[in-house]
Design a protein around this ligand. Sequence first.
Ligand SMILES: [Zn+2]
Length: 205
Amino acid sequence: MKLFIDGDQGRAICDHCKKMVSLTFKRRDVPFSDKKGLAHDILVGVCDECDQVVSIPAQSTPSISESRRKALRSIEVRLPAIYLDMLDLAAFTVEPDSKPDFRKDLLCYYIHDLAQDPKGIQRLLSAHKLSLVSYAVNTVKIPSRRLSMKVPDKLKAELRRLEDESELNTTDLMKSVVFDIQREVLQKPKPVKIKALRYLALVAG
Ligand SMILES: [Zn+2]
């Protein structure tokens, strides 16, 4: 595949001039493929005679594709405060300088990791058991906190699949994910995971 740069020349049929014309690659604002809004400074072939866009090179299609800008899905749960403390402690342990939002990245990473792991459901169910024995018998009422995050479509689908296969509801599933995180980050740190998570903390946000 050829990559074009600003100022490159080419030829194409121009719909406006109704003939073969010479074109020059320039940056223009182009409508997204779903026509909702404009993508800015996209490299396109512009007719040298009428100045209309006559071709969009392959390298520019990702920037204008609608799938790239699909709305994020939201996940909302209420968790006992202790789970958010656990998550924050794990985020802090991975990277003390991480941003407050890193705990959400950490959750997303683990949802994806559990969805990809052939033993993911086993891991979830054992984490769930652990969460039950650790906090269910507590007689003191633990206050709960709201956790809301925006995630890509595909991650939301992975979460749904984990829910279906584990037969846990969203709240119990998220509790189990947090417990899995605390197991792998705090209790028995897994060096490979910690390394990947440190990198994530570095590039996130
Ligand atoms: Zn033209």
